[in-house]
Ligand binder design. Sequence first.
Ligand SMILES: *Cc1c(COP(=O)(O)O)cnc(C)c1O
Length: 463
Amino acid sequence: MDYISTRGKVEKCGFIDAFLMGLANDGGLVIPSEIPVISEQKLKEWESLSYQDLMLEIFSYFTNDEIPYEDLRKLIYDSYSTFRDENVTPLKPINDSLYVLELFHGPTFAFKDVALQFMGNLYSYVATKRNEIINILGATSGDTGAAAIQGVRGKEGIRICILHPHQKVSKVQELQMTTVQDENVLNLSVKGNFDDCQQFIKELFADVDFKHKYHLRAINSINFVRILAQTVYYFYAYFQISKTKPVGKVNFSVPTGNFGNIFSGYLAKQMGLPVGKLILATNENNILERFVKEGVYMPGEFHSTYSPSMDIQIASNFERYLYYLTGKNSEKVASLMNQFRSEGKIEIAGEELLKVQADFESKGVQGKDCLQVIEKYYKQYSYLFDPHTACGVSAYEACSGDDEVCVVFATAHPAKFNESIELVHIEQTFPLEIQGLFDKTQYQTVVDNEKQQLVKQLETFFA
Ligand SMILES: *Cc1c(COP(=O)(O)O)cnc(C)c1O
């Protein structure tokens, strides 16, 4: 398997180089040159596999034997040994048409752990094997940073710096990031919003000299390995249903911000998994909903919501989908992205818009509806959703038919977002791991929303 850029100006490379490249050197995103299609018979064989063995099978199509089978196996098993549930991402039935896939059993109680525990180990493996210096730089709306830091802390040969928007992440998210004392971790708290942080990262990675001088590597969802790691649980969820009852297609409702998690579902579908509707759940920051419904991709006004990990206006993985939407036309992708930079929007119409609407359904969930869903399901089913998951459930109610089966992704544990749970007067008991954070010392540097200040911090830390 070769890896290429959505903008077509990067030479083909292998799996490990694609992993290390993160954002492609031409400013595009890395994708596999072709998507393998899994036969029905293979899918049947995979039904009974454990999460880890399933991941091993799926990754084997993409790693080109660059990682020997036994090494890959060890990397995968080590990565999920930190999870609190032996099934890694257990599936829970709520009623006949609704299942919840709990993605929050990793160290930071959000779905980002699933990919980032693995990526932390993979970076460390590559650092040792290739004798490389690896400095990870990323931006977070809260969960990615915490998960990335947990994946990297204390490991040899790698350092990590994470930018987060100052006081715009939840208390637990902030504590999970900043109570880590390891020397290879730096937290920068930027006086701006998440899009500002993301923009800095994009600019720094686009500056090829800077990127090379400081050996920068990406850990946010622009890295293809993260997308691939997330593809695994679509398969896993499907199999947990299909091995117990005959089921045709299964819908997935996915709380979405950067278009990462849902793109993994798009990939799973292209690989032959019987995915029905891919439901893109967002909050009031609904650029993606407007894109699906009207064909206009244009940032709107920024809203702070109950689901802050989805408070995103520019979805950094969107370009990957554009590549497939345009029939793998990298020139067209490059020109659309240029247009986006100069005019601030992309418009799709006619056949292409119909294609988008065949690929996705979408709902931007209002805050009050999000809270109502939390309350309703807690009363009716004694199941407590976090506000991101609640957006997924609300979108499921709007988009999935009664006679269809839908899996909603529980992307975070409710304890991570107690600020919202309190609003509906539900008292929850915190897991001990989270409770313990409140007594710890915080380590972070607050910086202005200004590139020079930021660069200075990075030059010192990564020197
Ligand atoms: C990151 C995150 C999302 C959004 O995921 P994307 O891959 O950015 O679409 C949703 N919910 C939670 C809890 C998250 O941490």
